[in-house]
Write a protein that binds this ligand. Structure first.
Ligand code: AKG
Ligand code: FE2
Length: 292
């Protein structure tokens, strides 16, 4: 057991990610699926060919129980190497979105990124994100693909590409500096990549429609056949300046995206974190009060 624990710590430090299997049970997954489907019926921002909800820890209180799920907190404490961990108030929900290679350290969002400066050589910078997909992604390419060890490099072209086969209920935990992407292709089936391309070219020619329109149509057919692709991302870190800066600047991004200034967690949510001995980055959010 101890050996297993040490292995995942070594893995995340070396590769920048770990997969933890069977974290959520069927009831928990169904609950989250229902919440996200309901939420995206009337809410969410159109983004990346789907819908996104930023700042979900504040905006969608129904998902809050997930942040103090005992198994998630235990694995996070194990990976961060101490009991004292900090919740950053980052949480994004996604529905049917596509993605491209990027890092979540905000280098493309603001000068110096969320940390304020590049941290690729800093081993004490430990800000870890949970990725949770609410459907199986072991048979398609709709899950997360990462570049192994890329949390140590600024360039997004560096690192061996690895597709992470996950089942609903598994979680991936990754260093926010890791280069990664979600579903890149409208039809995320590797075997169909070549036929897909030929089919799309043919359709464009016959119907004289733009490649974009064909993509939209193909995506709609795929999503209808295989169901909405739903995912949840949220972030913890060591209680230090790296995590505080990440949290403050990432919250700026979330508020900008939502065009509002809802900065703080509900009292109920805050109390639950306190009961679970989780430190909150929002203690340092005073300066964000007048954002927007
Ligand atoms: O679409 C995905 O699966 C990845 C999303 C992602 O990387 C993000 O929210 O930062
Ligand atoms: Fe990301």
């Amino acid at each position: 057991m101890l050996e297993q624990k040490q292995t995942i710590n070594h893995e995340i430090e070396k590769n920048g990610f770990v997969i933890v299997k069977n974290v959520l049970n069927g009831t928990e997954q169904e609950n989250l699926t229902k919440i996200l489907k309901n939420h995206f019926k009337y809410n969410g921002l159109a983004a990346a060919s789907g819908l996104t909800q930023s700042n979900a820890a504040v905006e969608v209180p129904e998902v809050n129980w997930l942040f103090y799920h005992p198994k998630i907190l235990a694995v996070m404490r194990q990976l961060l190497g101490q009991q004292k961990i900090m919740f950053t108030s980052h949480c994004d929900l996604h529905c049917r979105t596509l993605s491209a290679w990027h890092k979540d350290d905000g280098m493309k969002v603001m000068e110096g990124g969320y940390f304020g400066y590049p941290t690729y050589d800093r081993a004490d910078c430990k800000v870890y994100k949970v990725a949770l997909y609410l459907q199986d992604h072991d048979h398609n390419r709709g899950g997360l693909t990462v570049k192994k060890g890329s949390h140590k490099f600024a360039s997004i072209s560096q690192g061996e590409e690895v597709y992470l086969q996950t089942k609903a209920g598994d979680i991936i935990i990754f260093d926010v500096r890791l280069t990664h992407t979600g579903q890149k292709d409208v039809v995320p089936l590797r075997l169909l990549k070549q036929p897909n391309y030929i089919l799309k070219k043919g359709l464009n020619k016959i119907f004289k429609v733009s490649p974009q329109k064909t993509d939209q149509r193909l995506k709609k057919i795929y999503d209808t056949l295989f169901g909405d692709r739903l995912s949840i991302f949220f972030t913890y870190g060591l209680p230090n300046d790296y995590t505080k800066n990440f949290a403050i600047n990432n919250m700026k991004r979330q508020l900008k995206q939502n065009k509002n200034s809802k900065v703080f967690l509900s009292v109920e949510n805050r109390n639950k974190f306190t009961e679970n001995n989780v430190i909150l980055a929002e203690e340092y959010f005073e300066q964000l009060m007048n954002t927007q």
